[in-house]
Write a protein that binds this ligand. Structure first.
Ligand code: MRU
Length: 351
Protein backbone atom coordinates (compact mmCIF):
# COMPACT_ATOMS: atom_id res chain seq x y z
CA UNK A 1 0.00 0.00 0.00
CA UNK A 2 1.32 3.45 -0.88
CA UNK A 3 1.78 6.27 1.64
CA UNK A 4 0.40 9.59 0.45
CA UNK A 5 2.29 11.70 2.99
CA UNK A 6 4.07 11.15 6.29
CA UNK A 7 6.33 12.96 8.72
CA UNK A 8 9.79 11.47 8.29
CA UNK A 9 13.05 11.98 10.18
CA UNK A 10 14.04 15.62 9.49
CA UNK A 11 11.48 16.05 6.73
CA UNK A 12 8.12 15.31 5.12
CA UNK A 13 7.97 12.29 2.83
CA UNK A 14 5.38 11.86 0.08
CA UNK A 15 4.70 9.79 -3.00
CA UNK A 16 5.47 11.83 -6.13
CA UNK A 17 2.07 11.99 -7.84
CA UNK A 18 3.56 13.63 -10.94
CA UNK A 19 5.25 10.44 -12.08
CA UNK A 20 2.51 7.89 -11.28
CA UNK A 21 1.57 5.41 -12.63
CA UNK A 22 4.78 4.73 -14.53
CA UNK A 23 7.04 5.22 -11.50
CA UNK A 24 6.29 4.78 -7.80
CA UNK A 25 8.79 7.17 -6.23
CA UNK A 26 8.94 8.98 -2.91
CA UNK A 27 10.48 12.38 -2.22
CA UNK A 28 11.54 13.78 1.15
CA UNK A 29 11.18 17.53 1.60
CA UNK A 30 13.70 18.98 4.04
CA UNK A 31 12.24 22.45 4.66
CA UNK A 32 8.72 23.90 4.96
CA UNK A 33 9.38 25.95 1.82
CA UNK A 34 10.08 22.71 -0.07
CA UNK A 35 6.75 21.36 1.19
CA UNK A 36 4.95 24.49 -0.08
CA UNK A 37 6.68 24.07 -3.47
CA UNK A 38 5.60 20.40 -3.57
CA UNK A 39 1.98 21.45 -3.01
CA UNK A 40 2.23 24.13 -5.73
CA UNK A 41 3.85 21.74 -8.22
CA UNK A 42 1.36 18.97 -7.37
CA UNK A 43 3.83 16.42 -6.09
CA UNK A 44 0.96 16.07 -3.60
CA UNK A 45 -2.56 17.15 -4.51
CA UNK A 46 -6.16 16.65 -3.43
CA UNK A 47 -7.77 18.89 -0.82
CA UNK A 48 -7.28 16.88 2.40
CA UNK A 49 -3.78 15.69 1.37
CA UNK A 50 -2.51 19.21 0.82
CA UNK A 51 -3.92 20.26 4.22
CA UNK A 52 -2.09 17.37 5.92
CA UNK A 53 1.12 18.13 4.00
CA UNK A 54 0.98 21.81 4.99
CA UNK A 55 0.46 20.86 8.66
CA UNK A 56 3.50 18.55 8.57
CA UNK A 57 5.51 21.26 6.79
CA UNK A 58 4.61 23.73 9.54
CA UNK A 59 5.49 21.20 12.25
CA UNK A 60 8.84 20.65 10.52
CA UNK A 61 9.41 24.42 10.44
CA UNK A 62 8.61 24.71 14.15
CA UNK A 63 10.98 21.90 15.10
CA UNK A 64 13.75 23.44 13.00
CA UNK A 65 13.18 26.86 14.65
CA UNK A 66 13.84 25.52 18.17
CA UNK A 67 17.13 26.94 19.45
CA UNK A 68 16.57 30.49 18.21
CA UNK A 69 14.52 32.68 20.60
CA UNK A 70 10.77 32.95 21.12
CA UNK A 71 10.31 36.15 19.08
CA UNK A 72 12.31 34.68 16.17
CA UNK A 73 10.42 31.37 16.46
CA UNK A 74 7.00 33.06 16.36
CA UNK A 75 8.02 35.40 13.51
CA UNK A 76 9.31 32.40 11.53
CA UNK A 77 6.00 30.56 12.06
CA UNK A 78 4.00 33.59 10.93
CA UNK A 79 6.08 33.73 7.72
CA UNK A 80 5.48 30.02 7.17
CA UNK A 81 1.71 30.33 7.62
CA UNK A 82 1.77 32.85 4.74
CA UNK A 83 4.11 30.72 2.61
CA UNK A 84 1.82 27.68 2.93
CA UNK A 85 -1.33 29.72 2.28
CA UNK A 86 0.16 31.01 -0.99
CA UNK A 87 0.74 27.49 -2.36
CA UNK A 88 -2.71 26.91 -3.90
CA UNK A 89 -5.94 28.96 -3.58
CA UNK A 90 -9.02 26.73 -4.05
CA UNK A 91 -8.97 23.83 -1.57
CA UNK A 92 -10.17 25.24 1.74
CA UNK A 93 -8.67 22.28 3.63
CA UNK A 94 -5.27 23.93 3.16
CA UNK A 95 -6.42 27.10 4.95
CA UNK A 96 -8.31 25.07 7.56
CA UNK A 97 -5.12 23.14 8.42
CA UNK A 98 -3.03 26.32 8.58
CA UNK A 99 -5.59 27.92 10.94
CA UNK A 100 -5.60 24.78 13.11
CA UNK A 101 -1.79 25.01 13.41
CA UNK A 102 -1.93 28.76 14.12
CA UNK A 103 -4.53 28.16 16.87
CA UNK A 104 -2.27 25.47 18.39
CA UNK A 105 0.67 27.88 18.44
CA UNK A 106 -1.47 30.51 20.20
CA UNK A 107 -2.74 27.95 22.72
CA UNK A 108 0.81 26.78 23.47
CA UNK A 109 1.94 30.36 24.08
CA UNK A 110 -1.01 31.17 26.31
CA UNK A 111 -0.17 28.01 28.31
CA UNK A 112 3.32 29.49 28.79
CA UNK A 113 5.17 26.74 26.85
CA UNK A 114 8.75 27.27 25.69
CA UNK A 115 9.78 26.83 22.05
CA UNK A 116 10.66 23.12 22.32
CA UNK A 117 7.35 22.26 24.00
CA UNK A 118 5.47 24.45 21.50
CA UNK A 119 7.12 22.63 18.58
CA UNK A 120 6.09 19.31 20.19
CA UNK A 121 2.51 20.53 20.43
CA UNK A 122 2.57 21.52 16.73
CA UNK A 123 4.01 18.12 15.77
CA UNK A 124 1.20 16.39 17.68
CA UNK A 125 -1.46 18.63 16.11
CA UNK A 126 -0.21 17.80 12.60
CA UNK A 127 -0.38 14.07 13.38
CA UNK A 128 -3.93 14.50 14.68
CA UNK A 129 -4.96 16.27 11.48
CA UNK A 130 -3.56 13.29 9.57
CA UNK A 131 -5.22 10.65 11.79
CA UNK A 132 -8.55 12.49 11.87
CA UNK A 133 -8.67 12.62 8.08
CA UNK A 134 -8.34 8.85 7.84
CA UNK A 135 -11.19 8.42 10.35
CA UNK A 136 -13.26 10.94 8.34
CA UNK A 137 -12.70 9.06 5.09
CA UNK A 138 -13.79 5.78 6.69
CA UNK A 139 -16.98 7.40 7.98
CA UNK A 140 -17.71 9.07 4.62
CA UNK A 141 -17.21 5.67 3.01
CA UNK A 142 -19.55 3.96 5.45
CA UNK A 143 -22.33 6.56 5.04
CA UNK A 144 -21.87 6.86 1.29
CA UNK A 145 -21.96 3.10 0.68
CA UNK A 146 -25.52 3.03 2.07
CA UNK A 147 -26.57 5.17 -0.92
CA UNK A 148 -25.08 2.78 -3.47
CA UNK A 149 -27.25 0.00 -4.98
CA UNK A 150 -26.06 -3.61 -4.69
CA UNK A 151 -24.91 -3.49 -8.29
CA UNK A 152 -23.70 -0.14 -9.63
CA UNK A 153 -21.58 1.46 -12.31
CA UNK A 154 -20.14 4.61 -10.70
CA UNK A 155 -18.67 7.53 -12.64
CA UNK A 156 -16.01 9.55 -10.86
CA UNK A 157 -14.00 12.59 -11.96
CA UNK A 158 -10.44 13.51 -10.95
CA UNK A 159 -8.93 11.61 -8.01
CA UNK A 160 -10.64 11.75 -4.63
CA UNK A 161 -8.96 8.61 -3.36
CA UNK A 162 -6.26 7.56 -0.95
CA UNK A 163 -3.79 9.66 -2.93
CA UNK A 164 -5.86 12.80 -2.25
CA UNK A 165 -6.34 12.13 1.49
CA UNK A 166 -4.68 10.45 4.46
CA UNK A 167 -5.72 7.18 2.77
CA UNK A 168 -8.96 5.39 1.75
CA UNK A 169 -10.35 8.50 0.04
CA UNK A 170 -13.64 10.39 -0.03
CA UNK A 171 -15.37 9.53 -3.33
CA UNK A 172 -13.19 6.42 -3.63
CA UNK A 173 -13.80 5.77 0.08
CA UNK A 174 -17.47 5.37 -0.85
CA UNK A 175 -16.45 2.96 -3.62
CA UNK A 176 -14.11 0.99 -1.31
CA UNK A 177 -16.71 0.75 1.43
CA UNK A 178 -19.38 -0.42 -1.05
CA UNK A 179 -17.00 -3.11 -2.34
CA UNK A 180 -16.15 -4.15 1.24
CA UNK A 181 -19.91 -4.46 1.89
CA UNK A 182 -20.05 -7.03 -0.91
CA UNK A 183 -21.64 -4.82 -3.55
CA UNK A 184 -20.93 -5.42 -7.20
CA UNK A 185 -19.21 -2.18 -8.21
CA UNK A 186 -17.64 -0.99 -11.43
CA UNK A 187 -15.93 2.40 -11.54
CA UNK A 188 -15.85 4.48 -14.69
CA UNK A 189 -13.00 6.98 -14.33
CA UNK A 190 -12.88 10.20 -16.34
CA UNK A 191 -9.28 10.71 -17.44
CA UNK A 192 -9.49 14.36 -16.20
CA UNK A 193 -7.55 16.56 -18.59
CA UNK A 194 -5.18 18.31 -18.34
CA UNK A 195 -3.36 16.78 -15.33
CA UNK A 196 -4.90 13.32 -15.89
CA UNK A 197 -5.65 12.57 -12.24
CA UNK A 198 -8.30 10.07 -13.37
CA UNK A 199 -6.11 8.14 -15.79
CA UNK A 200 -2.87 8.29 -13.83
CA UNK A 201 -4.07 8.20 -10.21
CA UNK A 202 -7.67 6.95 -9.83
CA UNK A 203 -7.20 4.07 -12.26
CA UNK A 204 -3.89 3.19 -10.60
CA UNK A 205 -5.08 3.12 -7.01
CA UNK A 206 -8.32 1.27 -7.81
CA UNK A 207 -6.42 -1.35 -9.78
CA UNK A 208 -4.02 -1.76 -6.84
CA UNK A 209 -7.15 -2.72 -4.85
CA UNK A 210 -8.43 -4.97 -7.66
CA UNK A 211 -11.60 -2.88 -8.09
CA UNK A 212 -13.02 -3.08 -11.62
CA UNK A 213 -12.11 0.16 -13.41
CA UNK A 214 -12.96 1.44 -16.88
CA UNK A 215 -11.06 4.50 -18.10
CA UNK A 216 -12.76 6.97 -20.45
CA UNK A 217 -11.82 10.36 -21.86
CA UNK A 218 -13.79 13.25 -20.38
CA UNK A 219 -15.92 13.78 -23.48
CA UNK A 220 -17.36 10.23 -23.34
CA UNK A 221 -19.40 10.60 -20.12
CA UNK A 222 -22.59 11.94 -21.76
CA UNK A 223 -22.71 9.25 -24.41
CA UNK A 224 -22.18 6.52 -21.82
CA UNK A 225 -24.95 7.91 -19.62
CA UNK A 226 -27.27 7.89 -22.62
CA UNK A 227 -26.32 4.25 -23.27
CA UNK A 228 -27.23 3.31 -19.68
CA UNK A 229 -23.64 2.46 -18.74
CA UNK A 230 -23.57 4.75 -15.67
CA UNK A 231 -25.90 4.49 -12.63
CA UNK A 232 -24.65 7.38 -10.52
CA UNK A 233 -21.81 9.86 -10.03
CA UNK A 234 -19.61 10.31 -6.94
CA UNK A 235 -16.97 13.06 -6.80
CA UNK A 236 -14.90 14.79 -4.12
CA UNK A 237 -14.65 18.52 -3.51
CA UNK A 238 -12.11 21.24 -2.83
CA UNK A 239 -14.53 23.68 -1.22
CA UNK A 240 -18.26 23.61 -0.55
CA UNK A 241 -20.00 26.96 -0.04
CA UNK A 242 -22.62 27.47 2.69
CA UNK A 243 -25.44 27.14 0.13
CA UNK A 244 -24.12 23.78 -1.18
CA UNK A 245 -22.38 25.03 -4.32
CA UNK A 246 -19.44 22.67 -4.89
CA UNK A 247 -15.98 23.51 -6.24
CA UNK A 248 -14.15 20.52 -7.66
CA UNK A 249 -11.82 19.63 -10.52
CA UNK A 250 -12.58 21.32 -13.84
CA UNK A 251 -15.10 19.22 -15.73
CA UNK A 252 -17.17 18.29 -12.67
CA UNK A 253 -19.85 20.87 -13.56
CA UNK A 254 -20.34 19.32 -17.02
CA UNK A 255 -20.71 15.87 -15.44
CA UNK A 256 -23.30 17.20 -12.95
CA UNK A 257 -25.39 18.81 -15.70
CA UNK A 258 -25.23 15.59 -17.72
CA UNK A 259 -26.26 13.54 -14.68
CA UNK A 260 -29.32 15.74 -14.13
CA UNK A 261 -30.30 15.46 -17.81
CA UNK A 262 -30.14 11.66 -17.54
CA UNK A 263 -31.89 11.44 -14.15
CA UNK A 264 -28.80 10.06 -12.37
CA UNK A 265 -27.85 10.82 -8.74
CA UNK A 266 -24.87 13.16 -8.38
CA UNK A 267 -23.21 12.68 -4.96
CA UNK A 268 -20.40 14.75 -3.45
CA UNK A 269 -18.23 13.09 -0.78
CA UNK A 270 -16.10 15.34 1.44
CA UNK A 271 -15.12 15.87 5.08
CA UNK A 272 -16.73 18.78 6.90
CA UNK A 273 -13.34 20.53 6.76
CA UNK A 274 -14.15 21.10 3.06
CA UNK A 275 -17.30 23.08 3.90
CA UNK A 276 -16.58 26.81 4.06
CA UNK A 277 -19.48 28.52 5.84
CA UNK A 278 -17.69 31.85 5.37
CA UNK A 279 -18.30 31.48 1.64
CA UNK A 280 -22.03 32.16 1.04
CA UNK A 281 -22.08 30.70 -2.48
CA UNK A 282 -19.85 29.40 -5.26
CA UNK A 283 -19.11 32.86 -6.67
CA UNK A 284 -16.92 33.51 -3.62
CA UNK A 285 -14.67 30.47 -4.22
CA UNK A 286 -11.29 31.42 -5.71
CA UNK A 287 -10.57 29.33 -8.81
CA UNK A 288 -6.92 28.55 -9.47
CA UNK A 289 -5.66 29.33 -12.97
CA UNK A 290 -2.70 27.07 -13.77
CA UNK A 291 0.10 27.35 -16.29
CA UNK A 292 -0.78 27.32 -20.02
CA UNK A 293 1.79 24.60 -20.65
CA UNK A 294 -0.54 22.04 -18.96
CA UNK A 295 -2.93 22.55 -21.90
CA UNK A 296 -0.51 23.13 -24.78
CA UNK A 297 1.72 20.13 -24.15
CA UNK A 298 1.55 16.58 -22.82
CA UNK A 299 4.57 15.04 -21.09
CA UNK A 300 6.78 17.74 -22.62
CA UNK A 301 5.49 17.23 -26.19
CA UNK A 302 3.61 20.21 -27.73
CA UNK A 303 0.01 19.43 -28.77
CA UNK A 304 -0.93 22.96 -29.93
CA UNK A 305 0.60 25.63 -32.14
CA UNK A 306 2.99 27.99 -30.32
CA UNK A 307 1.34 31.24 -29.20
CA UNK A 308 -2.26 29.95 -29.21
CA UNK A 309 -4.52 31.60 -26.60
CA UNK A 310 -5.15 29.31 -23.60
CA UNK A 311 -7.41 29.21 -20.55
CA UNK A 312 -6.61 26.75 -17.77
CA UNK A 313 -8.96 27.05 -14.79
CA UNK A 314 -8.13 24.08 -12.56
CA UNK A 315 -11.57 23.94 -10.88
CA UNK A 316 -15.21 24.72 -11.56
CA UNK A 317 -18.28 25.30 -9.42
CA UNK A 318 -21.30 23.00 -9.59
CA UNK A 319 -24.42 24.85 -8.40
CA UNK A 320 -26.19 23.17 -5.47
CA UNK A 321 -29.28 22.45 -7.59
CA UNK A 322 -27.36 19.69 -9.39
CA UNK A 323 -26.18 17.98 -6.19
CA UNK A 324 -28.34 15.07 -4.96
CA UNK A 325 -26.59 14.79 -1.56
CA UNK A 326 -23.34 15.75 0.16
CA UNK A 327 -21.85 12.85 2.13
CA UNK A 328 -19.68 14.15 4.97
CA UNK A 329 -17.97 12.51 7.93
CA UNK A 330 -20.75 13.82 10.19
CA UNK A 331 -23.76 12.82 8.16
CA UNK A 332 -25.41 13.14 4.78
CA UNK A 333 -26.70 16.61 3.85
CA UNK A 334 -29.67 16.95 1.51
CA UNK A 335 -31.21 20.08 -0.02
CA UNK A 336 -31.77 22.74 1.14
CA UNK A 337 -28.04 22.81 1.93
CA UNK A 338 -28.18 26.25 3.58
CA UNK A 339 -29.66 24.59 6.66
CA UNK A 340 -28.56 20.94 6.33
CA UNK A 341 -24.81 21.69 6.04
CA UNK A 342 -24.81 24.13 8.94
CA UNK A 343 -26.59 21.57 11.17
CA UNK A 344 -23.79 19.01 10.61
CA UNK A 345 -21.30 21.26 12.43
CA UNK A 346 -23.17 20.56 15.70
CA UNK A 347 -22.53 16.81 15.42
CA UNK A 348 -19.42 15.16 16.95
CA UNK A 349 -16.47 14.36 14.68
CA UNK A 350 -15.77 10.65 14.00
CA UNK A 351 -12.85 8.80 15.53
O1 MRU B 1 -5.84 19.82 -8.64
P1 MRU B 1 -6.07 18.67 -7.69
O2 MRU B 1 -5.60 17.37 -8.21
O3 MRU B 1 -5.54 19.00 -6.32
O4 MRU B 1 -7.66 18.58 -7.56
C1 MRU B 1 -8.19 17.60 -6.72
C2 MRU B 1 -9.67 17.51 -6.77
O5 MRU B 1 -10.32 18.27 -7.46
C3 MRU B 1 -10.32 16.51 -5.87
O6 MRU B 1 -11.49 16.01 -6.43
C4 MRU B 1 -10.64 17.17 -4.52
O7 MRU B 1 -9.52 17.80 -3.99
C5 MRU B 1 -11.15 16.19 -3.54
S1 MRU B 1 -9.90 15.10 -2.95
C6 MRU B 1 -10.54 14.10 -1.76
Amino acid sequence: MFITVERAENGVRMIDQRVLPTREEYVTLRTPEEVADAIREMVVRGAPAIGISAAYGLALGATQAVGTDTATFDARMETLFHTMAAARPTAVNLFWAIEAMRAELRAARSDGLDDAATADRLERRARTIHDDDLASCKEIGRLGAELIPDTASILTHCNAGGLATAGYGTALGVVRSAVEAGKNIRVIADETRPFLQGARLTAWELMEDAIETILITDNMAGALMRRGEIDLVVVGSDRIAANGDVANKIGTYSVAVLAKEHGLPFYVAAPLTTVDLACPDGDGIPIEERDRSEVTSMFGTPVAPPGVGVMNPAFDVTPAKYVTAIVTDRGVARPPYGTSLRALFDRPAPG
